[in-house]
Ligand binder design. Sequence first.
Ligand SMILES: Cc1ncc(COP(=O)(O)O)c(C=O)c1O
Length: 404
Amino acid sequence: MIIKDIKTEFPIFKQKIKGKPLVYLDSANSSQKPKVVIDEISKFYETEFSNVGRSVHTLAVKATNKFEETRDKVKNYINAKYREEIIFTKGATEAINLVATAFGESFINSGDEILLTELEHHSNYVPWHYLKKKGAIIKFASVDENGDVNIDEFRNKISNKTKMIAFTHISNVTGTVMPVKKIIDLAKSKNIPVLIDGTQGAPHTSIDVQDLDCDFYAISCHKMYGPNGLGILYGKKKWLDKMPPYQGGGGMISEVKKDKITYADSPTKFEAGTMQTAEVVAFAKSISFFKNLGIKNIESHENEILEYGIEQLKKNNSIKIIGNPKKRASIMSFTIEGIHPHDIATILDDDGVAIRAGHHCCQILHDKLGISASARASIGIYNSKEDIDILCESINKCKKVFEI
Ligand SMILES: Cc1ncc(COP(=O)(O)O)c(C=O)c1O
């Protein structure tokens, strides 16, 4: 597969939006799906469908095997030590809720502290916020105007009460690539577990959970050219073995009696009820897609488009780019004084340019920056410099409409 021609692998680009070719710059929200993934979903429903992990008939066994093969592929892709460390969820949000709830129940008590950063998506704050009911305290490491977290300040926020450090791999607003390894080393020196919200990390950079030595890593499959409604939680076996189930129901038990319930081991313990089946099976194709292209090639292509994008946006004096982090990936958020981001997004749509506007589920960061919303253009594997040129031309049209 050649990156230059990759758009042809995505059927969505065959259509026109308002008579214009689609310029899709909203991959941080959700990525488009390649034909291999779409075909696998159809094939599964047409010829292979069965619920998994229950019946013994031919289709059920085949479907279960394919489901479990994806688990192995994910394990290998992120270099987890054991397949039991890979749990399928409905998204990164559910993965983080699982940890906050189950880890929180066993290991976080009144007066304990959870350290986050001001860059966090609501999915990596709200689930922890619920632990305040137990008396837990949430602290935020602050972010400077460049969108960087100061490591010394981070260190000072850690205390002997800190029971979890949870932070994003890559910010979904500033594109900040966090110094993940440095923070994990810092946490490890104090024996504090770490959760990484890898939602924006996994689509753009290689993940080796053993090398990182993180305790939990949350992945959003729909941002990795995979099916919607699917996420993954990687968790170290030593924690998963000790954590209680997150949800109760069929499939996650060992034995149920009126007076006693015993639970299955991980990952089954955390996968209650009927799971996504076609989605899990098809995600194996997303992993093959990443492997065929090579994550280093993906990174360098996206960085080239990002650099060009930032350069072009900077030429426009009316645009204020949000953040100037030491290392940025795939995301360019901006404001234009006098035009609401929703108006920018609406006018860009007339040119077939899809971006996102709003607070991007990061109100804490937007409050800190003193703005209520921003426009965000985010880059995926199918974007080109031409897309950036169209984005910039469309922004100029937008300025004309508002006479700026
Ligand atoms: C940084 C970050 N964390 C978490 C999420 C939530 O992911 P999901 O949609 O898989 O629940 C998002 C989604 O935009 C995100 O950008």
